[in-house]
Design a binder for this molecule. Sequence first.
Ligand code: PNS
Length: 157
Amino acid sequence: MKAICPGSFDPVTRGHLDIIQRTDRLFDDVVVAVGRNASKNYLFTPEQRVEMLEYACRGTSATITIIDGLLVDFCAANDIDVIVKGLRYASDFEFELQMAQMNHALSGIETAMLPTASKFSHISSTMVRQIARLGGDVSAFVPDGVADIMRHFLSGE
Ligand code: PNS
C-alpha cells in the first residue's frame, strides 16, 4: 500500500517527522507532499520546505514532492491508496475530519489518522514560525539540522 503525508510543513517539525517515520513503517511506500492551504500565509517557499523535508527525512524511504492542484487528483495520478494525518488534539480532529470527508466525497480515498506522540503534541509550525521570526531558538521543535537551514533561509543568504 502507498501512503501520502500531505501538509504545509512551514517548517517540518519533530511531530511531523514522527508521523512520517511511523507511516514509513506501516506502508510499503510513502510520499511526503508539500501542499497549498489556501488559508495560510507561508514563511518559506515550497522549494525551501521541500529542502528542509529532504534533510529531515534522509533516514526514511519517503519521497518528497510539491502538489499544486487538488490532493485527491495527485493521489489518483500516483496510485496512492491512503492519506495519513497526525492528530494532536480535538481541534485538529474537527478540521481533519471535515477534510477527510471532503476528500472521500471527491474521490473515494481513505484517510488514516495517527495520534501524535504526546511528547510532541505542544509543537506547531505556527509557533515555530513565530519564535523563528523573533530570533528565538527552535532547535528543540524541528528535526536535527533544520533550525540551521531555517536560519540560512531567513538570513536571505
Ligand atoms: O499542514 P496543513 O496546512 O494542515 O496542510 C493542509 C494541506 C496542504 C494538506 C491541505 O490544504 C491540502 O490537501 N491542500 C491541497 C489542495 C486540496 O486538495 N485542497 C482541498 C482539501 S479538502
